[in-house]
Design a protein around this ligand. Structure first.
Ligand SMILES: NC(=O)c1ccc[n+]([C@@H]2O[C@H](COP(=O)([O-])OP(=O)(O)OC[C@H]3O[C@@H](n4cnc5c(N)ncnc54)[C@H](O)[C@@H]3O)[C@@H](O)[C@H]2O)c1
Ligand SMILES: [Zn+2]
Ligand SMILES: [Zn+2]
Length: 340
């Protein structure tokens, strides 16, 4: 079968690989669509924490089951599915609390024991599978994984008031946070992004305002739109050096700041504002199974996300797909690679 691997810095090759064998509790999926994610860009750029070339790309997937292991009971050949792409060790204190996302010995696609999803055939344990509703396209099914990231980012908040949320960065994850915030009943949603296309997308998906942080005073504008009070919650979905101080400045007393962006360098933070206003800051790492269940329900229930897919490429052009997202060639939100 064909597979797309990162073989060197910013270099993708299509290579032949064996179709993976399946264990008794696994299925084999004929892959239809895969999504390019920010973490694939980390592998592509050579900055990923543990994935190093040569490595098969990808963890976002939709496809058809073509083979089932002897112990698989809930899925059959022909089922259209997506995969919750992580496995816990089952033993650590976090697995015992159903927190696979922070398992001490987590495995995920693109590691020694589990290949990435940019392949023609992908193996996955039955417990990681979710059926796609008949009316849902493979490409919309591929969005369940990033939507689960957004569900988790907002579910980690403990605030009760839902007057206003500020989402800093309106790329795929920020825009999906916007959609989740809307579904959760936030009355006013304010987004920021440096790219005009992303600000337009934010408005078309329900943001009351979409601010350009390079041209507008984000804090002043948020205060103006909230009668001077500030937002209940800020979600950080971009990695600019001032982003944490900006988030804190936008949030009210006793408000919360959730960080989704993977900022892997030191950045300054004005922490007195957080202390003076008794704010709380939390991190959000991928998703718990309950978040994935929720995301699958939302998409299978017909949540409209068609505008999110801005580019398509065949598997042979995975190099172009990654270049498009990394260098923002054109108006880019989600890039989908069609395998079959
Ligand atoms: N925590 C997790 O589990 C998890 C999962 C997926 C992605 N992520 C991370 O979340 C972040 C967002 O992911 P994405 O896929 O949406 O990336 P993206 O590149 O599509 O989106 C980032 C957006 O931020 C905008 N931006 C740049 N500078 C800005 C600024 N100063 N203010 C506001 N917006 C600005 C960009 O124009 C872009 O639209 C990345 O850091 C990614 O690695 C985290
Ligand atoms: Zn992803
Ligand atoms: Zn574990």
């Amino acid at each position: 079968m064909k597979a797309a691997l990162v073989t060197d810095k910013e270099k993708v090759e299509i290579r032949e690989m064996d179709v993976p064998a399946i264990k008794d509790d696994e299925v084999l999926i004929e892959v239809r669509t895969v999504g390019v994610c920010g973490s694939d860009l980390h592998l592509f750029k050579g900055t990923h924490a543990f994935r190093k070339p040569p490595c098969v790309l990808g963890h976002e997937i939709a496809g058809d089951i073509v083979k089932v292991g002897s112990k698989v009971t809930k899925f059959a050949v022909g089922d259209r599915v997506t995969v919750e792409p992580h496995l816990g060790c089952g033993e650590c204190e976090f697995c015992k609390k159903d927190l696979t996302n922070i398992c001490l010995h987590k495995s995920a696609p693109g590691t020694a024991t589990w290949t990435g999803t940019f392949v023609e055939y992908f193996n996955a344990p039955e417990k990681t599978l979710y059926k796609l509703a008949d009316a849902i396209s493979y490409e919309q099914g591929t969005l369940i994984e990033p939507l689960a990231v957004a569900v988790h980012a907002l579910s980690r908040s403990t605030i009760k008031e839902r007057d206003c949320v500020v989402i800093l960065g309106a790329g795929t994850i920020g825009l999906l946070c916007l959609v989740v915030a809307r579904e959760m009943g936030f009355k006013t949603i304010i987004c920021t992004d440096t790219a005009p296309f992303n600000r337009e997308m934010a408005k078309s998906y329900g943001a009351a305002a979409a601010l350009d942080p390079l041209a507008e005073d984000v804090e002043a504008k948020v205060k103006e739109l909230t009668g001077g009070r500030g937002a209940d919650l800020a979600i950080v979905c971009a990695g600019a050096p001032n982003i944490l101080s900006q988030a804190s400045a936008c949030v009210r007393k006793r408000g919360e700041i959730g960080i989704v962006a993977m900022i892997t360098r030191d950045i300054p933070f004005y922490c007195y504002g957080m202390v003076f206003n008794e704010q709380t800051m939390y991190g959000a790492m991928t998703y718990e199974t309950k978040d994935f269940v929720k995301a699958a329900e939302m998409i299978n229930g017909g949540l409209e996300l068609k505008g999110f897919v801005t580019q398509h490429f065949p598997l042979d052009q995975t190099q172009e797909a990654l270049d498009t997202l990394l260098y923002k060639k054109g108006n880019v939100v989600k890039v989908i690679v069609t395998v079959k």
